[in-house]
Design a binder for this molecule. Structure first.
Ligand code: AMP
Ligand code: ZN
Length: 472
Protein backbone atom coordinates (compact mmCIF):
# COMPACT_ATOMS: atom_id res chain seq x y z
CA UNK A 1 0.00 0.00 0.00
CA UNK A 2 1.28 3.48 -0.84
CA UNK A 3 2.47 5.45 2.16
CA UNK A 4 0.29 8.34 3.23
CA UNK A 5 1.60 11.80 2.37
CA UNK A 6 1.71 14.73 4.74
CA UNK A 7 2.79 18.35 4.45
CA UNK A 8 6.02 18.77 6.38
CA UNK A 9 6.52 22.30 7.75
CA UNK A 10 10.31 21.90 7.84
CA UNK A 11 10.90 21.02 4.17
CA UNK A 12 7.67 22.76 3.14
CA UNK A 13 6.73 19.84 0.94
CA UNK A 14 4.62 16.71 0.96
CA UNK A 15 6.54 13.82 2.49
CA UNK A 16 5.71 10.10 2.81
CA UNK A 17 4.88 8.91 6.32
CA UNK A 18 7.40 6.15 6.79
CA UNK A 19 9.04 4.75 9.91
CA UNK A 20 12.75 5.52 9.95
CA UNK A 21 13.39 2.26 11.84
CA UNK A 22 11.30 0.39 9.24
CA UNK A 23 8.69 -0.65 11.77
CA UNK A 24 7.32 1.88 14.22
CA UNK A 25 6.33 5.44 13.41
CA UNK A 26 7.55 7.41 16.44
CA UNK A 27 5.93 10.78 17.02
CA UNK A 28 5.54 13.46 19.67
CA UNK A 29 2.66 15.88 20.22
CA UNK A 30 2.96 18.90 22.47
CA UNK A 31 0.31 18.27 25.09
CA UNK A 32 -2.02 20.51 27.07
CA UNK A 33 -1.06 23.05 29.69
CA UNK A 34 -3.27 21.87 32.53
CA UNK A 35 -4.46 25.09 34.19
CA UNK A 36 -8.11 25.06 33.08
CA UNK A 37 -10.37 23.19 30.68
CA UNK A 38 -9.02 22.55 27.19
CA UNK A 39 -11.09 24.46 24.61
CA UNK A 40 -12.43 23.23 21.29
CA UNK A 41 -9.49 24.86 19.49
CA UNK A 42 -7.04 22.74 21.48
CA UNK A 43 -9.17 19.77 20.57
CA UNK A 44 -8.99 20.57 16.89
CA UNK A 45 -5.26 19.98 17.15
CA UNK A 46 -5.56 16.86 19.33
CA UNK A 47 -8.28 15.33 17.13
CA UNK A 48 -6.24 15.93 13.96
CA UNK A 49 -3.20 14.32 15.62
CA UNK A 50 -5.41 11.37 16.51
CA UNK A 51 -6.54 11.13 12.89
CA UNK A 52 -2.93 11.21 11.72
CA UNK A 53 -2.12 8.29 14.01
CA UNK A 54 -5.13 6.31 12.79
CA UNK A 55 -4.17 6.87 9.14
CA UNK A 56 -0.56 5.80 9.79
CA UNK A 57 -1.80 2.68 11.58
CA UNK A 58 -4.24 1.93 8.75
CA UNK A 59 -1.31 2.16 6.34
CA UNK A 60 0.22 -0.83 8.13
CA UNK A 61 2.76 0.75 10.49
CA UNK A 62 2.91 0.49 14.22
CA UNK A 63 3.05 3.80 16.08
CA UNK A 64 4.63 5.12 19.25
CA UNK A 65 2.77 8.23 20.30
CA UNK A 66 4.09 10.45 23.08
CA UNK A 67 2.14 13.47 24.32
CA UNK A 68 3.27 15.40 27.38
CA UNK A 69 1.38 17.13 30.13
CA UNK A 70 2.68 20.64 30.80
CA UNK A 71 2.19 20.88 34.55
CA UNK A 72 4.77 23.50 35.45
CA UNK A 73 4.92 26.92 33.82
CA UNK A 74 3.88 30.50 34.62
CA UNK A 75 0.19 29.77 34.08
CA UNK A 76 -0.11 26.61 36.19
CA UNK A 77 1.90 28.18 39.01
CA UNK A 78 -0.03 31.46 38.98
CA UNK A 79 -3.47 29.89 38.82
CA UNK A 80 -2.80 27.23 41.48
CA UNK A 81 -1.62 29.97 43.83
CA UNK A 82 -4.67 32.13 43.11
CA UNK A 83 -6.86 29.18 44.02
CA UNK A 84 -4.78 28.35 47.09
CA UNK A 85 -4.03 24.82 45.90
CA UNK A 86 -0.82 22.85 45.62
CA UNK A 87 0.52 22.74 42.07
CA UNK A 88 0.13 18.97 42.08
CA UNK A 89 -3.49 18.87 43.26
CA UNK A 90 -4.38 21.68 40.85
CA UNK A 91 -2.76 20.18 37.73
CA UNK A 92 -3.97 16.64 38.51
CA UNK A 93 -7.52 17.91 38.57
CA UNK A 94 -7.23 19.56 35.14
CA UNK A 95 -5.30 16.63 33.66
CA UNK A 96 -8.13 14.34 34.73
CA UNK A 97 -10.70 16.62 33.12
CA UNK A 98 -8.60 16.64 29.96
CA UNK A 99 -8.50 12.84 29.91
CA UNK A 100 -12.26 12.61 30.34
CA UNK A 101 -12.74 14.93 27.35
CA UNK A 102 -10.25 12.93 25.28
CA UNK A 103 -12.12 9.74 26.02
CA UNK A 104 -15.45 11.30 25.10
CA UNK A 105 -13.96 12.46 21.79
CA UNK A 106 -12.63 8.93 21.18
CA UNK A 107 -8.98 9.99 21.09
CA UNK A 108 -6.59 7.05 21.26
CA UNK A 109 -4.51 7.22 24.40
CA UNK A 110 -0.89 8.10 23.74
CA UNK A 111 1.51 5.25 24.48
CA UNK A 112 3.40 7.49 26.90
CA UNK A 113 2.11 10.65 28.57
CA UNK A 114 5.01 12.11 30.55
CA UNK A 115 4.54 15.06 32.87
CA UNK A 116 7.18 17.78 33.15
CA UNK A 117 7.26 17.66 36.95
CA UNK A 118 7.96 13.92 36.87
CA UNK A 119 10.95 14.46 34.58
CA UNK A 120 12.92 17.27 36.17
CA UNK A 121 16.09 15.18 36.37
CA UNK A 122 16.37 14.44 32.67
CA UNK A 123 15.73 18.10 31.97
CA UNK A 124 18.54 19.14 34.30
CA UNK A 125 20.83 16.66 32.55
CA UNK A 126 20.00 18.05 29.12
CA UNK A 127 20.70 21.59 30.31
CA UNK A 128 24.04 20.50 31.75
CA UNK A 129 24.92 18.92 28.42
CA UNK A 130 24.22 22.23 26.66
CA UNK A 131 26.30 24.19 29.17
CA UNK A 132 29.19 21.74 28.77
CA UNK A 133 29.08 22.19 25.00
CA UNK A 134 29.01 25.97 25.23
CA UNK A 135 25.46 26.29 23.91
CA UNK A 136 24.09 27.59 27.20
CA UNK A 137 25.25 29.83 30.02
CA UNK A 138 24.30 30.51 33.61
CA UNK A 139 23.13 34.02 34.40
CA UNK A 140 23.77 35.83 37.65
CA UNK A 141 20.47 34.90 39.25
CA UNK A 142 20.96 31.16 38.54
CA UNK A 143 18.79 31.05 35.42
CA UNK A 144 20.25 29.26 32.41
CA UNK A 145 19.86 30.55 28.85
CA UNK A 146 20.37 29.00 25.45
CA UNK A 147 22.91 30.93 23.40
CA UNK A 148 21.11 31.28 20.09
CA UNK A 149 24.21 32.42 18.18
CA UNK A 150 25.90 29.11 19.06
CA UNK A 151 23.52 27.15 16.86
CA UNK A 152 24.05 27.98 13.20
CA UNK A 153 20.80 26.35 12.07
CA UNK A 154 18.66 28.50 14.37
CA UNK A 155 15.56 29.57 12.44
CA UNK A 156 15.49 26.71 9.92
CA UNK A 157 11.92 25.72 10.77
CA UNK A 158 10.40 29.19 10.82
CA UNK A 159 12.82 30.53 8.15
CA UNK A 160 13.83 33.35 10.42
CA UNK A 161 16.37 34.66 7.94
CA UNK A 162 13.46 35.54 5.68
CA UNK A 163 12.12 37.73 8.44
CA UNK A 164 13.85 40.34 10.54
CA UNK A 165 15.80 38.70 13.30
CA UNK A 166 16.13 40.87 16.33
CA UNK A 167 19.53 41.51 17.81
CA UNK A 168 18.28 44.16 20.16
CA UNK A 169 20.14 44.25 23.47
CA UNK A 170 18.56 42.06 26.08
CA UNK A 171 16.11 43.77 28.40
CA UNK A 172 14.72 46.17 25.82
CA UNK A 173 12.10 43.84 24.40
CA UNK A 174 11.10 41.27 26.96
CA UNK A 175 10.47 41.13 30.65
CA UNK A 176 12.98 43.00 32.74
CA UNK A 177 13.76 40.07 34.96
CA UNK A 178 15.60 38.44 32.07
CA UNK A 179 17.95 41.40 31.60
CA UNK A 180 21.05 39.34 32.15
CA UNK A 181 20.67 37.41 28.94
CA UNK A 182 23.48 38.01 26.44
CA UNK A 183 21.03 38.63 23.62
CA UNK A 184 17.30 39.22 23.42
CA UNK A 185 16.96 36.12 21.24
CA UNK A 186 18.35 33.82 23.96
CA UNK A 187 15.70 31.87 25.79
CA UNK A 188 15.47 30.32 29.25
CA UNK A 189 16.26 26.65 29.76
CA UNK A 190 16.08 26.97 33.54
CA UNK A 191 14.32 29.71 35.46
CA UNK A 192 15.75 30.65 38.84
CA UNK A 193 13.24 30.59 41.68
CA UNK A 194 11.30 33.79 42.27
CA UNK A 195 9.19 34.66 45.23
CA UNK A 196 5.94 34.43 43.31
CA UNK A 197 6.71 30.81 42.43
CA UNK A 198 6.00 29.89 46.06
CA UNK A 199 7.09 26.34 46.92
CA UNK A 200 7.36 25.32 43.26
CA UNK A 201 11.09 24.93 42.78
CA UNK A 202 13.47 22.03 42.30
CA UNK A 203 17.17 21.69 43.09
CA UNK A 204 19.74 21.95 40.30
CA UNK A 205 23.49 22.61 39.98
CA UNK A 206 22.57 26.28 39.38
CA UNK A 207 20.30 26.66 42.38
CA UNK A 208 16.56 26.22 42.96
CA UNK A 209 14.31 26.79 40.00
CA UNK A 210 12.21 25.18 37.33
CA UNK A 211 12.67 24.12 33.73
CA UNK A 212 11.66 26.26 30.77
CA UNK A 213 8.73 25.08 28.69
CA UNK A 214 10.68 24.55 25.46
CA UNK A 215 13.23 22.38 27.19
CA UNK A 216 10.58 20.16 28.71
CA UNK A 217 9.45 18.92 25.28
CA UNK A 218 13.01 18.34 24.01
CA UNK A 219 13.92 16.26 27.06
CA UNK A 220 10.77 14.16 27.16
CA UNK A 221 10.49 13.50 23.43
CA UNK A 222 14.09 12.27 23.24
CA UNK A 223 13.69 10.24 26.44
CA UNK A 224 10.85 8.16 25.00
CA UNK A 225 11.44 8.29 21.23
CA UNK A 226 15.21 8.47 20.93
CA UNK A 227 17.39 11.39 19.88
CA UNK A 228 16.04 11.24 16.32
CA UNK A 229 12.44 10.33 15.58
CA UNK A 230 9.82 10.60 12.84
CA UNK A 231 7.46 13.48 13.53
CA UNK A 232 6.75 16.29 15.95
CA UNK A 233 3.44 18.13 16.11
CA UNK A 234 1.38 20.96 17.54
CA UNK A 235 -0.87 23.84 16.59
CA UNK A 236 0.64 26.40 14.24
CA UNK A 237 1.19 28.86 17.10
CA UNK A 238 3.87 26.50 18.42
CA UNK A 239 6.02 26.63 15.27
CA UNK A 240 7.85 29.69 16.53
CA UNK A 241 9.42 30.02 19.00
CA UNK A 242 8.51 26.75 20.77
CA UNK A 243 9.43 24.24 18.07
CA UNK A 244 12.31 26.31 16.73
CA UNK A 245 13.78 26.33 20.23
CA UNK A 246 13.18 22.61 20.66
CA UNK A 247 15.19 21.95 17.49
CA UNK A 248 18.02 24.21 18.66
CA UNK A 249 18.30 22.65 22.13
CA UNK A 250 18.02 19.07 20.93
CA UNK A 251 20.28 19.24 17.90
CA UNK A 252 22.90 21.34 19.71
CA UNK A 253 23.00 18.73 22.50
CA UNK A 254 23.06 15.57 20.35
CA UNK A 255 24.61 16.73 17.08
CA UNK A 256 21.90 14.64 15.34
CA UNK A 257 18.73 15.61 13.49
CA UNK A 258 15.87 15.88 16.00
CA UNK A 259 12.45 15.26 14.43
CA UNK A 260 12.46 14.35 10.73
CA UNK A 261 9.00 15.78 9.97
CA UNK A 262 7.02 18.66 11.47
CA UNK A 263 3.23 18.68 11.47
CA UNK A 264 1.25 21.84 12.30
CA UNK A 265 -2.49 22.30 12.28
CA UNK A 266 -4.09 25.67 11.64
CA UNK A 267 -6.23 27.30 14.28
CA UNK A 268 -9.91 26.97 14.90
CA UNK A 269 -11.92 30.20 14.79
CA UNK A 270 -15.31 30.68 16.42
CA UNK A 271 -17.90 32.40 14.21
CA UNK A 272 -15.03 33.99 12.29
CA UNK A 273 -13.15 35.26 15.35
CA UNK A 274 -10.03 34.21 17.16
CA UNK A 275 -11.01 32.56 20.42
CA UNK A 276 -10.39 34.68 23.47
CA UNK A 277 -11.60 35.11 27.01
CA UNK A 278 -12.65 38.69 26.34
CA UNK A 279 -14.92 37.67 23.46
CA UNK A 280 -16.45 34.95 25.64
CA UNK A 281 -15.98 32.39 22.88
CA UNK A 282 -13.51 30.02 24.52
CA UNK A 283 -15.89 27.09 24.23
CA UNK A 284 -15.21 23.74 25.86
CA UNK A 285 -16.60 20.26 25.33
CA UNK A 286 -18.89 20.93 28.28
CA UNK A 287 -20.39 23.93 26.47
CA UNK A 288 -21.02 21.71 23.47
CA UNK A 289 -22.74 19.10 25.64
CA UNK A 290 -24.75 21.78 27.43
CA UNK A 291 -26.23 22.75 24.08
CA UNK A 292 -27.34 19.17 23.59
CA UNK A 293 -24.67 18.02 21.16
CA UNK A 294 -22.66 14.86 21.59
CA UNK A 295 -18.85 14.80 21.75
CA UNK A 296 -18.96 12.72 18.55
CA UNK A 297 -20.68 15.58 16.71
CA UNK A 298 -17.82 17.84 17.81
CA UNK A 299 -15.28 15.28 16.64
CA UNK A 300 -17.02 15.27 13.26
CA UNK A 301 -16.89 19.08 13.01
CA UNK A 302 -13.21 19.19 14.00
CA UNK A 303 -12.32 16.59 11.39
CA UNK A 304 -14.49 17.97 8.61
CA UNK A 305 -12.15 20.85 7.71
CA UNK A 306 -8.75 20.30 6.08
CA UNK A 307 -6.17 20.81 8.81
CA UNK A 308 -4.12 23.42 6.93
CA UNK A 309 -7.12 25.69 6.51
CA UNK A 310 -8.55 27.73 9.35
CA UNK A 311 -11.70 26.02 10.61
CA UNK A 312 -14.64 28.26 11.37
CA UNK A 313 -16.69 26.74 14.16
CA UNK A 314 -20.40 27.58 14.25
CA UNK A 315 -23.17 26.02 16.32
CA UNK A 316 -24.92 25.25 13.09
CA UNK A 317 -22.02 23.10 11.95
CA UNK A 318 -22.81 20.82 14.92
CA UNK A 319 -26.36 20.40 13.64
CA UNK A 320 -25.02 19.33 10.26
CA UNK A 321 -22.55 16.97 11.95
CA UNK A 322 -25.35 15.39 13.93
CA UNK A 323 -27.35 14.68 10.79
CA UNK A 324 -24.29 13.32 8.99
CA UNK A 325 -23.53 10.95 11.86
CA UNK A 326 -27.13 9.77 11.95
CA UNK A 327 -26.91 8.91 8.29
CA UNK A 328 -23.68 7.00 8.82
CA UNK A 329 -25.26 5.17 11.72
CA UNK A 330 -28.29 4.34 9.59
CA UNK A 331 -26.04 2.73 7.00
CA UNK A 332 -24.35 0.74 9.73
CA UNK A 333 -27.69 -0.57 10.92
CA UNK A 334 -28.85 -1.43 7.39
CA UNK A 335 -25.62 -3.26 6.61
CA UNK A 336 -25.71 -5.13 9.92
CA UNK A 337 -29.27 -6.23 9.19
CA UNK A 338 -28.38 -7.31 5.64
CA UNK A 339 -25.29 -9.15 6.85
CA UNK A 340 -27.43 -10.85 9.47
CA UNK A 341 -26.37 -9.97 12.98
CA UNK A 342 -25.48 -13.55 13.84
CA UNK A 343 -22.51 -13.67 11.49
CA UNK A 344 -19.58 -11.67 12.76
CA UNK A 345 -17.44 -10.67 9.81
CA UNK A 346 -13.70 -11.00 10.18
CA UNK A 347 -11.87 -7.66 10.30
CA UNK A 348 -11.42 -6.39 6.79
CA UNK A 349 -8.01 -5.92 5.30
CA UNK A 350 -9.28 -4.14 2.26
CA UNK A 351 -11.29 -1.00 1.80
CA UNK A 352 -13.77 -2.28 -0.78
CA UNK A 353 -15.84 0.62 -2.12
CA UNK A 354 -14.24 2.86 0.52
CA UNK A 355 -10.82 2.79 -1.11
CA UNK A 356 -11.24 6.40 -2.40
CA UNK A 357 -11.99 7.48 1.18
CA UNK A 358 -8.71 6.11 2.48
CA UNK A 359 -6.87 7.51 -0.55
CA UNK A 360 -8.17 10.99 0.25
CA UNK A 361 -7.06 10.69 3.86
CA UNK A 362 -3.66 9.43 2.75
CA UNK A 363 -3.38 12.52 0.59
CA UNK A 364 -2.32 14.99 3.28
CA UNK A 365 -5.36 14.21 5.43
CA UNK A 366 -7.78 15.66 2.93
CA UNK A 367 -10.76 15.17 5.20
CA UNK A 368 -13.36 17.20 3.24
CA UNK A 369 -12.62 15.08 0.19
CA UNK A 370 -12.62 11.88 2.26
CA UNK A 371 -16.01 12.67 3.82
CA UNK A 372 -17.42 13.53 0.39
CA UNK A 373 -16.25 10.14 -0.92
CA UNK A 374 -17.60 8.40 2.16
CA UNK A 375 -21.08 9.73 1.48
CA UNK A 376 -20.84 8.89 -2.22
CA UNK A 377 -20.00 5.28 -1.32
CA UNK A 378 -22.71 5.24 1.36
CA UNK A 379 -25.30 6.47 -1.11
CA UNK A 380 -24.44 3.74 -3.61
CA UNK A 381 -24.60 1.02 -0.96
CA UNK A 382 -27.95 2.29 0.30
CA UNK A 383 -29.31 2.11 -3.24
CA UNK A 384 -28.02 -1.41 -3.73
CA UNK A 385 -29.49 -2.49 -0.42
CA UNK A 386 -32.86 -1.01 -1.31
CA UNK A 387 -32.82 -2.80 -4.64
CA UNK A 388 -31.99 -6.03 -2.77
CA UNK A 389 -28.85 -6.40 -4.82
CA UNK A 390 -26.59 -7.27 -1.92
CA UNK A 391 -26.14 -10.86 -0.75
CA UNK A 392 -25.61 -11.65 2.89
CA UNK A 393 -21.93 -12.43 2.29
CA UNK A 394 -21.42 -9.23 0.30
CA UNK A 395 -23.12 -7.25 3.06
CA UNK A 396 -20.80 -8.83 5.65
CA UNK A 397 -17.77 -7.82 3.58
CA UNK A 398 -19.11 -4.31 3.13
CA UNK A 399 -19.79 -4.05 6.84
CA UNK A 400 -16.23 -5.11 7.67
CA UNK A 401 -14.77 -2.52 5.28
CA UNK A 402 -17.18 0.09 6.63
CA UNK A 403 -16.14 -0.64 10.22
CA UNK A 404 -12.55 -0.19 9.14
CA UNK A 405 -13.24 3.18 7.60
CA UNK A 406 -15.23 4.32 10.65
CA UNK A 407 -12.27 3.34 12.83
CA UNK A 408 -9.93 5.54 10.80
CA UNK A 409 -12.22 8.52 11.32
CA UNK A 410 -12.67 7.49 14.93
CA UNK A 411 -16.46 7.71 14.65
CA UNK A 412 -18.55 5.68 17.05
CA UNK A 413 -22.29 5.79 17.35
CA UNK A 414 -22.96 4.83 20.94
CA UNK A 415 -22.95 8.32 22.34
CA UNK A 416 -24.83 9.62 19.31
CA UNK A 417 -27.58 7.01 19.71
CA UNK A 418 -28.01 7.44 23.45
CA UNK A 419 -30.11 10.46 24.30
CA UNK A 420 -27.87 13.14 25.76
CA UNK A 421 -28.73 14.09 29.33
CA UNK A 422 -30.24 17.54 29.47
CA UNK A 423 -28.28 20.15 31.43
CA UNK A 424 -29.82 21.48 34.64
CA UNK A 425 -30.87 24.78 33.04
CA UNK A 426 -32.82 22.92 30.34
CA UNK A 427 -34.41 20.57 32.87
CA UNK A 428 -35.54 23.58 34.92
CA UNK A 429 -37.11 25.28 31.89
CA UNK A 430 -38.88 22.07 30.89
CA UNK A 431 -40.22 21.60 34.42
CA UNK A 432 -41.43 25.20 34.53
CA UNK A 433 -43.16 24.72 31.18
CA UNK A 434 -44.89 21.56 32.41
CA UNK A 435 -46.17 23.42 35.46
CA UNK A 436 -47.37 26.33 33.32
CA UNK A 437 -49.29 23.84 31.18
CA UNK A 438 -50.86 22.16 34.19
CA UNK A 439 -51.93 25.66 35.31
CA UNK A 440 -53.31 26.23 31.78
CA UNK A 441 -51.00 29.24 31.32
CA UNK A 442 -50.41 28.39 27.67
CA UNK A 443 -48.74 31.66 26.76
CA UNK A 444 -46.05 31.08 29.36
CA UNK A 445 -45.74 27.43 28.33
CA UNK A 446 -45.18 28.48 24.72
CA UNK A 447 -42.60 31.08 25.70
CA UNK A 448 -40.72 28.46 27.69
CA UNK A 449 -40.87 26.05 24.77
CA UNK A 450 -39.31 28.75 22.58
CA UNK A 451 -36.50 29.17 25.07
CA UNK A 452 -35.89 25.43 25.00
CA UNK A 453 -35.82 25.46 21.20
CA UNK A 454 -33.24 28.24 21.28
CA UNK A 455 -31.09 26.08 23.52
CA UNK A 456 -31.40 23.23 21.02
CA UNK A 457 -33.96 21.06 22.85
CA UNK A 458 -37.41 19.88 21.92
CA UNK A 459 -39.98 18.78 24.41
CA UNK A 460 -42.78 16.30 23.77
CA UNK A 461 -45.71 15.80 26.10
CA UNK A 462 -46.72 12.34 27.21
CA UNK A 463 -49.71 11.33 29.36
CA UNK A 464 -48.21 12.18 32.68
CA UNK A 465 -44.97 13.91 31.97
CA UNK A 466 -42.76 15.12 29.18
CA UNK A 467 -39.75 13.96 27.23
CA UNK A 468 -36.76 16.13 26.36
CA UNK A 469 -34.72 15.40 23.26
CA UNK A 470 -31.97 17.31 21.50
CA UNK A 471 -33.57 19.12 18.57
CA UNK A 472 -32.60 18.13 15.05
P1 AMP B 1 -1.86 24.58 25.17
O1 AMP B 1 -2.68 23.80 26.16
O2 AMP B 1 -2.16 26.03 25.18
O3 AMP B 1 -0.39 24.30 25.36
O4 AMP B 1 -2.27 24.08 23.72
C1 AMP B 1 -2.45 22.72 23.37
C2 AMP B 1 -2.49 22.58 21.86
O5 AMP B 1 -3.60 23.29 21.28
C3 AMP B 1 -1.25 23.15 21.15
O6 AMP B 1 -0.84 22.25 20.12
C4 AMP B 1 -1.76 24.45 20.55
O7 AMP B 1 -1.01 24.82 19.41
C5 AMP B 1 -3.17 24.08 20.19
N1 AMP B 1 -4.10 25.22 20.02
C6 AMP B 1 -4.25 26.31 20.80
N2 AMP B 1 -5.24 27.13 20.35
C7 AMP B 1 -5.74 26.54 19.23
C8 AMP B 1 -6.78 26.87 18.28
N3 AMP B 1 -7.52 27.97 18.40
N4 AMP B 1 -6.98 26.02 17.25
C9 AMP B 1 -6.25 24.87 17.12
N5 AMP B 1 -5.28 24.51 17.97
C10 AMP B 1 -5.01 25.31 19.02
ZN1 ZN C 1 6.14 21.19 23.11
Amino acid sequence: MAEPLLYDSLSRSLQPLTASDGETFRFYCCGPTVYGPAHIGNFRTFVIQDLLRRVVEASGLKTKHVRNITDVDDKTIRQSQTEGKSLQAFTEYWAERFHADCEALNLLEPHVEPSAVDHIEIQVRLIQRLIDKGNAYVAEDGSVYFRVTSFADYGKLSRLHEREITTAPAGTLQSDDEYDRESAADFALWKAHKEEDGPNAWPSPWGKGRPGWHLECSAMSMEYLGESFDLHSGGVDLLFPHHENEIAQSEAATGKPFSRLWFHSTHLLVEGHKMSKSLGNLFTLQDVKDRGFSPMALRYVLIAGQYRQPLNFTWDSLNAARSALRRLQQLHQSLSAAADDTSSPSPSSDWGPFQPVYDALANNLNTPDALGKLFTAAHQIERDLQASQVTREAAADLLAAYDRVLTVFGFTFDTEAAPAAAPAEVEALAAARWQAKQARDFARADALRNQLTELGWSVRDAKDGYELTPAN
